[in-house]
Design a protein around this ligand. Structure first.
Ligand code: ADP
Ligand code: MG
Length: 270
């Protein structure tokens, strides 16, 4: 479970000048949710999601993951934490000089120690294997995991292809596989379908839903596209000018016809 409490983020943009991008955000995201965060461009969505994996440091407030305040983590603790959170982006951010299998393996190869827990592994095994002995993953283990992930995202035939030869949808599948390599419990998606046409969007959303159901990963979806939220998010929060103005079950939030911002977002649908 993710609990965001009174989260505020300010950027100093000039001497004595601050820009408040997130104002007193309170939110609870439960395990296995596909939680949408929707809002207009500039509302603060990307900043919010970047706070969740500490790419940005919150100015005030706390973010608890399973009761632990991650804003207080440093050093190795932070590394371990980051392995529990995967992220994908609008522009995929793949390594263009590496083929598909190397892209997916990347997070596993740079992990000097096994800082993540494999499902089914006991706490003791985890500690023995990774945490204390700091054993790197063996080549064979990495290859096995890569093959598993290729199967999950249905790209087994593209294992040795380079990203430049792939379509947008295929690139996003590679990014999803890479993000999931270390068995994260949370997947953050920042406008993950915004660069894709509607048919490809549909297939990526279907894949994310399948992954959510099969692995139980919690998904946080940032988007400005209403249809994305309506298709897969069980819950949604509306972010408007740095503040959460509505949140709850998707049906209820979008059913509220008195909300001006919801009407605006619905009206903005292409
Ligand atoms: P969204 O993803 O909803 O479009 P962002 O979180 O990217 O919104 O940006 C929200 C606001 O914060 C914008 O006005 C943006 O210019 C500002 N902002 C984002 N990052 C920084 C930064 N590093 N320094 C200063 N201002 C920033
Ligand atoms: Mg953004």
């Amino acid at each position: 479970m993710i609990e965001v409490k009174q989260l505020t983020k300010e950027f100093s943009i000039a001497k004595d000048k601050k820009l408040t991008v997130l104002k007193d955000i309170n939110l609870v995201i439960e395990d296995r949710d596909i939680f949408g965060i929707i809002g207009m461009s500039g509302a603060g969505k990307s900043t919010f999601i970047r706070c969740l994996n500490l790419l940005e440091k919150p100015t005030k407030g706390s973010i608890l993951i399973d009761g632990v305040d991650i804003t207080r983590k440093r050093g190795r603790q932070l590394l371990i934490l980051r392995k529990q959170i995967g992220m994908i982006f609008q522009n995929f951010n793949l390594l263009m000089q590496k083929n598909v299998s190397r892209n997916i393996a990347f997070g596993l190869e740079i992990t000097k120690a096994r800082y993540f827990k494999i499902p089914g592994m006991s706490g003791r095994e985890y500690e023995e294997l990774g945490y204390f002995k700091k054993r790197s993953l063996k080549k064979k283990e990495i290859e096995r995991r890569v093959d598993e992930l290729l199967k999950l995202v249905d790209l087994e035939d593209k294992k040795y292809e380079y990203p430049s030869k792939l379509s947008g949808g295929q690139r996003q599948r590679v990014a999803i596989a890479r993000a999931l390599a270390t068995y994260p419990s949370i997947l953050l998606c920042d406008e993950a379908t915004s660069a894709l046409d509607s048919r490809t969007t549909e297939s990526i959303l279907k894949l994310l839903k399948k992954i959510n159901e099969e692995t139980g990963v919690t998904i946080v979806m940032i988007t400005h596209e209403m249809n994305v939220v309506q298709k897969i998010c069980n819950k949604v929060a509306v972010l408007d000018k740095s503040e959460i103005v509505a949140s709850g079950y998707t049906k209820e939030v979008f059913g509220d016809t008195s909300s001006e911002i919801v009407a605006q977002l619905l009206g903005g649908e292409e």
